[in-house]
Design a protein around this ligand. Structure first.
Ligand code: ATP
Ligand code: MG
Length: 579
């Protein structure tokens, strides 16, 4: 936690110093008031000096006013610093997560990353806020209180020797048990978020499979688990706080008891007894605040640890130190796989092995293969979502690992297998590819993607709202919008990962015809399950269990490739296949 605080509080040194000064002023004022009070009793009331009472009373009033002002400003600035700190940490986390590749995201899990950026930051931010408003003054009040108590009456101060260690003992015992529980609580909040996320994103599957009860139970379990631990922590503190109060009340009684003897024997003026009581109250109250802080600190420390874990994770896929920069004239439009092997992190077996082929400029290269044969994995290596474990993937003749990722990404238009839309409007989604695109260009892209008709029918046309994840358009419409989005970007290389699967056959063929007509110069890599989609490709790469088992045109493969023939004849009749 210290490291995190040191880094992210640095910009706030000036307001922090101000808060400290204000708190110091406040603490000194608090320590001064009982002394004035004692003066009024000892020198004013006892001696019947009205003038002294009024003068000292006015001073007390002034000190109180100053105190009030100081604490208002202290809280104001403390809050500003704490909130600013929280904002900075959140944006640092967000920035870091943006650099993560799939590997790191999967390592933490999206749910945990969300908790870390919200709840965990909140915990640390609360500690900072409490620290700046109460914690800093606690030690001043404790030490100052002890000094003032000693000045007021030394023998009576002996009581502190009993009370303070007793409190220390109780605090120590509580903390030893509470810290591990707080760690468990944060992990359990993660779990709840994870179940919640899965339920929300899989809501249709859950209903269709009549698993609503099952999911509700899963949530209940996670929720109960958190409940149990939280209850245990609260039970612990439920015992602690009355214990503290009891210690506090017993000490007051003891002060009155022994103090009365000393006043009676004339060893101590009565005003000092009042002052002493007030100091005792201040000291023990400060200790209680400190305890309250101790409830927050371990929790904050756990959260800070979880935040650091994310901030300290270096993405496995990074831009090279000195990337090769290519000009627009170098856009060869080629994608080459050179003896590529790929193994998912932690997996025993490679998913792809010995993949070599080139997608030439202006040509359509199709990739077919049974489900799970590694087609999407292969496509993901081109934009560096993952890096090949052996061999190399080259875009425009350069190893993608030697280029800046922005550069690689600007060269390709990816239409992922799971079409994803952002919340906003049709237009904002399409302009994701190119912010400066005109409405005409958007309509043009929609026309090629066969999306013009349905967008025209949507209320608002280009300005029609799209909800989160694109849930208010159909699967096929979503695919066409995500194709149009890539078209707006106008890259030299298109990667279609099964992007036509949700289209009916005639839309599919119209779309492909439009693509061929409009994007003659672009390189296209099309992954598909449907033979009809890829039959006319310039070159077809046949995949089976992570290997390339054949490359050629439809005719060539049909003649001599067993795997390809199997795929074809499972979908088409012999007559259709050779047509
Ligand atoms: N993130 C991942 N971690 C580990 N293994 C994975 C991961 N993603 C995919 N796999 C495995 O890699 C293999 C190939 O998956 P991939 O998604 O590339 O298949 P595909 O050919 O695109 O299939 P489909 O036609 O169904 O889309 C599968 O056996 C899958 O279990
Ligand atoms: Mg796939």
């Amino acid at each position: 936690m210290i490291g995190l605080l040191r880094t992210y509080l640095r910009p706030y040194v000036a307001p922090l110093a101000l808060v400290m000064v204000l708190l110091l002023v406040g603490a000194i004022g608090n320590l001064y008031l009982p002394a004035l009070n004692a003066d009024i009793i000892n020198n004013g009331i006892e001696k019947g000096d009205n003038g002294y009472i009024v003068r000292t009373g006015a001073l007390m009033l002034a000190v109180t006013g100053l105190l009030g002002a100081a604490s208002i400003f202290a809280v104001y600035w403390g809050a500003r610093v704490a909130m600013g700190f929280g904002r900075d940490v959140r944006s640092a986390l967000f920035g870091k997560v943006e650099t993560f590749s799939q590997v790191e995201v999967n390592h933490f899990g999206p749910a945990s990353l969300i908790t870390r950026n919200t709840n965990d930051v909140l915990q640390v931010q609360t500690v900072v806020f409490m620290a700046l408003t109460v914690m800093i003054s606690a030690p001043i009040l404790i030490v100052g209180g002890i000094i003032m108590a000693l000045r007021t009456d030394v023998p009576l101060s002996g009581l502190l020797l009993v009370v303070l260690p007793l409190m220390g003992l109780v605090i120590g015992l509580v903390m030893g048990r509470a810290i591990p529980m707080f760690r468990a609580i944060q992990a359990k909040i993660d779990r709840i978020n994870q179940v919640m996320r899965e339920t929300l994103s899989g809501v249709r599957v859950i209903r269709a499979f009549v698993r609503t009860d099952h999911e509700a139970r899963r949530f209940d379990d996670a929720s109960l688990d958190l409940f149990d631990t939280t209850i245990r922590v609260n039970r612990l503190f439920a015992v602690t706080i009355p214990t503290m109060t009891a210690i506090f009340n017993l000490s007051t009684v003891a002060v009155m008891w022994f103090g009365a003897y000393r006043v009676n024997s004339g060893a101590m003026p009565i005003g000092n007894l009042t002052a002493f009581l007030q100091y005792l109250t201040q000291i023990l109250f400060a200790v209680l605040t400190a305890v309250f802080m101790f409830i927050l600190i371990p929790r904050g420390a756990v959260s800070a640890g979880r935040i650091r874990e994310v901030l300290d994770t270096e993405p496995t896929i990074r831009d090279p130190e000195s990337p090769i920069v290519l000009g627009p004239e170098d856009r060869l439009g080629t994608v080459e796989f050179r003896d590529v092997e790929f193994r998912y992190p932690g997996a025993e077996q490679p998913i792809l092995r010995g993949i070599s082929f080139t997608a030439e400029r202006g040509q359509t290269t199709a990739i077919v293969g049974s489900t799970g044969s590694g087609k999407s994995t292969l496509v993901n290596l081109i934009p560096r979502f993952y890096d090949a474990t052996e061999g190399a993937v080259l875009v425009d003749g350069i190893d993608v690992r030697q280029m800046a990722r922005d550069d690689v990404w600007s060269r390709i238009g990816l239409i992922p297998q799971k079409a994803f839309l952002f919340s906003g409007t049709v237009a904002t989604n399409l302009r994701y590819g190119d912010e400066a695109a005109t409405d005409d260009e958007l309509w043009r892209a929609l026309e090629i993607a066969q999306g013009r008709d349905f967008v025209e029918q949507m209320e608002g046309g280009l300005e029609a709202p799209i909800v989160q994840g694109g849930a208010n358009v159909s699967g096929g419409q979503r695919q066409r919008l995500s194709i149009a989005r890539a078209l707006v970007k106008k890259p030299g290389i298109f990667l279609f990962d099964d992007s036509f699967s949700a289209l009916d056959f005639s839309t599919d063929s119209r779309l492909r015809a439009a693509l061929a007509r409009e994007l003659g110069g672009a390189t296209m890599i099309i992954v598909a399950q449907r033979v009809g989609t890829i039959m006319n490709a310039d070159r077809i790469v046949v995949m089976d269990a992570g290997r390339v088992v054949g490359i050629g045109t439809h005719r060539e493969l049909l003649a001599d490739n067993e795997t390809y023939r199997e795929i074809v004849y499972s979908q088409l009749s012999e007559a259709e296949a050779v047509a």
